[in-house]
Design a protein around this ligand. Structure first.
Ligand code: AMP
Ligand code: ZN
Length: 664
């Protein structure tokens, strides 16, 4: 078999396994086998860039950046759905349908109403060509690159599909994946996401598709659009399934309204068994001709209606309000409730979000409050039962001082949250920062967990992350639940973290807004902590994908004396504060076939770094300007003779920034 055939065979095989795993939920090979095959394909593709294919399973990891999402007009408008909340309303809708059609012979498809973000995906010649959000229904944002990373969205179709069509569905975050994402955020002391729906729709608009690829998003499809030889909605669902789409199997064909109502009643009680959230049932006239006859109102089809499940709600007493301080100093008020059963779990606490929310609801200690569990994992208080209010109660006064360190709280213009500004002295902030430092994606220190960090801090053994490196086994042994072995593991784990590469160290430092991806970008750009520390606000903003908010936060971090001392100490312990050698190897082939001459003095690169960057991106560095030169990268003080020669030969002269843009 020649290489191309081998590549094609691997792609086909992996596409099928992908389908088995993500669409059918029925893998036939182990994850390890899958990964090995994927690595094999990756290696072959790297060796043979000429066989690149956007639809290859290796491309699911994303990487393309979208700075601005294009607005696209929908060829077929994306309508809303009318809502109904009771059996009576459904029966009225049925009457209107029957009257509109002049017959009572109407069948319905019943589907669950998936709670996520709507998407319309176009396929041409069996390949995914475009994905657009609903937007205002007339036009939406093109998010194709992001959608391509969602494993259950087929990039190529199976079977006998039409040459061109659109398919609509919902991008969702299944509950388990959502909980895992939040767990990771909690681990690093960040605020968890409020609900799967908003997180799913927010994910579609992330600029970095590699970030989208990391999120456990799913796509559930519910309708085909276009001039298609399909007679019923139910047939459409089956067809879509055959072409490789994930169409939930719960959908049913109902012969009459009684069967529709039975479907609704069943799912009203069983919806919590599903791996994702639903907020109702969508009932659609099954026959496409009948649908066309009924047509649309200004907003929604007359042939479909949503039945919304009632959000589960209980009344309970608000015992007291407590205030949590996060790693970044953000204060979150928490309602502590009289324990009550809600949607299958006991609820004791509910989020109150911020001071505005408390004021808006006018919640007071002792109130009877309505608690609801909708899309949110954490239940929320939606209202106060004012009829039960104690007439002597007083409005809740928001705290002015940090409950942990008594520092006066601040609230920035335009921000909802109060903050404790005592960044360097407030215990939960200090503990949170060290917890972040040791967390899995940061220094990943074996043998040391979040609780032990708190213990170490509370017993006065550490005050910051640099102190970790001074810890002695003998100091740790007396701590709660520590033994000789575990103390040794802890100290060894800390020692081992000195090998962690710079980009992760940079993330571990806990500079506000510097997440994993940003840390990577900054590390690659500045190569070492000293250059980064020296960078001005303007320098930073000029780095690809670094916005003003991040840049300001980086500048603030390095303006602080205590941080500089910590960094000097980390350096002293041998923590990696510069890029290792291996990162100097090829990063792209964007400059392949091009010869560059470097001349003058530069502000962002040293001359050597510039040359390395040229080579790392596949270009050649020439020593003098000649007819073979493609570009002269000109810094300050470029010699006039060189300039003249370049001009004479008509060679493009580019600035350092042009060059940075060239290599992306
Ligand atoms: P609404 O946003 O309340 O007007 O409801 C309409 C939205 O429900 C559509 O834009 C779809 O994204 C979403 N939806 C979820 N599940 C379905 C389904 N099975 N059929 C049709 N629409 C659905
Ligand atoms: Zn504080």
């Amino acid at each position: 078999m020649d290489t191309l055939d081998k590549i094609k065979a691997l792609r086909e095989e992996l596409t099928l396994h992908n389908y088995n795993y993500y669409v059918l939920d029925a893998p036939v090979i182990s994850d390890l086998e899958f990964d090995m095959k994927l690595k094999e394909l990756q290696a072959l593709e790297e060796k043979h860039p000429e066989y690149f294919d956007v639809d290859s399973p290796t491309q699911r990891v994303g990487g393309a950046i979208t700075k601005n999402f294009n607005t696209v007009v929908h060829e077929y408008r994306m309508y809303s759905l009318d809502n109904s909340y009771s059996k009576e309303e459904l029966l009225e809708w049925e009457k209107r349908v029957q009257k509109g059609l002049g017959t009572d012979k109407v069948e319905y498809t019943c589907e669950l109403k998936y709670d996520g973000a709507s998407i319309s995906i176009t396929y041409e010649g069996g390949k995914l060509s475009k994905a657009v959000t609903r937007g205002d229904g007339f036009q939406g944002d093109e998010v194709t690159t992001n959608i391509r990373t969602i494993r259950s969205v087929p990039l190529t179709l199976k079977g006998e599909y039409p040459d061109k069509f659109e398919i609509r569905g919902e991008i969702i975050l299944p509950l388990e994946g959502f909980a895992k994402m939040n767990q990771e955020l909690i681990e690093i002391g960040e605020t968890p996401y409020a609900n799967p729906r908003n997180t799913a729709s927010g994910s579609l608009k992330l600029q970095d598709s590699a970030e989208v690829a990391k999120r456990p998003l799913d796509c559930l499809l519910y309708s085909l659009v276009g001039n298609l030889p399909i007679k019923t909605q139910f047939e459409g669902l089956e067809k879509a399934r055959q072409w490789g789409f994930k169409v939930p199997k719960e959908a049913r064909l109902a012969k009459n309204m009684d069967e529709v109502i039975a479907f609704i009643e069943y799912w009203d009680t069983h919806r919590h068994d599903l791996p994702y959230e639903t907020d109702g049932v969508v009932v659609k006239v099954n026959d496409i001709h009948q649908q066309e006859e009924l047509g649309y109102t200004a907003k929604s089809p007359r042939w479909a209606i949503a039945y919304k499940f009632k959000a589960e709600r209980v009344v309970t007493k608000l015992n007291f309000i407590s205030y949590q301080v996060g790693r970044t100093g953000a204060i979150t008020p928490v309602a502590n409730l009289e324990p009550v059963q809600l949607a299958g779990t006991t609820v004791k606490r509910a989020s109150l979000h911020n001071a505005d929310q408390i004021e808006k609801l006018d919640v007071r200690v002792g109130d009877e409050v309505f608690v609801e569990k909708g899309g949110e994992i954490i239940p929320k208080i939606i209202a106060v039962d004012f009829t039960k209010r104690n007439p002597d109660s007083m409005p809740t006064e928001y705290i002015h001082k940090c409950p942990e360190c008594l520092t006066e709280l601040v609230r920035k213009e335009g921000e909802a949250q109060h903050y404790c500004p005592n960044f360097y002295g407030c215990p939960p902030q200090i503990i949170g920062r060290v917890q972040h430092y040791i967390s899995r994606k940061a220094m990943d220190i074996e043998g040391l967990g979040g609780e032990t960090v708190a213990l170490l801090y509370n017993s006065g053994l550490i005050h910051n992350y640099a102190d970790l490196y001074d810890l002695k086994k003998e100091q740790v042994i007396p701590l709660e639940r520590m033994a000789d072995k575990s103390a040794e593991n802890l100290v060894n784990g800390i020692k081992k973290s000195k090998q962690v590469p710079f980009e992760r160290v940079l993330y571990a430092l806990g500079i506000r807004y510097v997440g994993e991806t940003v840390a990577k970008k900054l590390a690659r750009h500045y190569r070492n902590i000293d250059s980064l520390a020296k960078a001005s606000l303007m320098d930073l903003i000029l780095v690809d994908e670094i916005g003003e908010k991040i840049a300001q936060s980086v500048v603030d971090f390095f303006a602080n004396e205590e941080n500089l001392i910590l960094i000097e100490r980390l350096k002293g312990y041998g923590v990696q504060l510069e890029m290792g050698e291996e990162t100097n190897t090829t990063v792209s082939d964007r400059l392949s076939g091009k010869t560059f001459v470097v001349s003058g003095v530069f502000s962002k690169f040293s001359r050597d770094e510039l040359k390395k960057a040229i080579e790392a991106n596949g270009g050649k560095v020439g020593s003098s300007i000649s007819s073979k030169t493609d570009y002269v990268v000109a810094g300050d003080n470029m010699g006039p003779a060189k300039l003249e020669k370049a001009n004479q030969l008509g060679i493009a002269i580019i600035s350092e920034d042009d060059f940075i843009e060239m290599i992306g």
